[in-house]
Design a protein around this ligand. Structure first.
Ligand code: OGA
Ligand code: MN
Length: 216
């Protein structure tokens, strides 16, 4: 009974999946939550992001960071728009509040020392992809947990654009899982532990990708 009350409270405050995320990150390092946000929650974000894109508010994504950042369309060909933490839209603000609550839950469960979050919308026009990579820059390691939220209506297998997650296995035997970028789905993983790629997408593919970071 007590547990049911706690679950209800967690659900109504938008923390329904937090325990599962914390548990999965600590045991196997990653998880896929198909209904992290309801349609009513994610679709307005998609509308807003598509509008910003139509108004020229996205830029070619780069590889690397700081002064070492380069545009390399042969490696990644998506377009991004960073969330400005000082001037988020109302919808972005709601997302930042939820992600802040999740950050605290992960810190409490994992002693992860996550200090802040940075995130951007990423849009892959048809034909675009992101080759196999690790989300951690080679020279710095503050990106600790990757958080991806998908914002696509009615994704179909023939649309491509899967997130291919490479899973290290015993005796160096690697396997992978392909995850469809269906609206409302979230994927979380330890940024330094899993190589992954975005398979060529046949449809416009939108996501909100971010990272919980340690103190720099
Ligand atoms: C990234 C990335 C995966 C995805 O932006 O670093 O790997 O499924 N995104 O959008
Ligand atoms: Mn990545």
């Amino acid at each position: 009974m007590l547990q049911a009350t706690a679950l209800l409270e967690a659900a109504s405050s938008g923390q329904a999946h937090f325990a599962e995320v914390v548990e999965s990150l600590s045991t196997r390092g990653w998880c896929e939550i198909p209904d992290f946000l309801s349609r009513a929650e994610w679709q307005p974000m998609a509308v807003e992001a598509n509008l910003m894109y139509a108004n020229g508010g996205f830029r070619m994504a780069g590889v690397g960071h700081g002064t070492g950042m380069r545009i390399r369309p042969e490696i990644r060909s998506d377009r991004v728009r960073w969330i400005d933490p000082l001037e988020p839209s109302l919808l972005q603000q709601a997302w930042l509040e939820r992600i802040e609550a999740l950050r605290l839950a992960i810190n409490a469960g994992l002693m992860a020392g996550l200090f802040d979050y940075e995130g951007h919308f990423a849009l892959y026009p048809p034909g675009c992809f992101y080759r196999r990579h690790l989300d951690r820059f080679s020279d710095v390691s503050y990106r600790t947990v990757t958080c991806i939220l998908y914002l696509n209506d009615d994704w179909k297998p023939e649309d491509g654009g899967e997130l291919r997650m490479y899973l290290p296995g015993e005796a160096g035997k690697e396997s992978y899982v392909d995850i469809q970028p269906t609206g409302g789905k979230a994927v979380f993983f330890m940024s330094g532990d899993f190589e992954h790629m975005v398979m060529p997408s046949r449809r416009k593919r939108l996501s909100l990708t971010g990272w919980f970071c340690k103190r720099r």
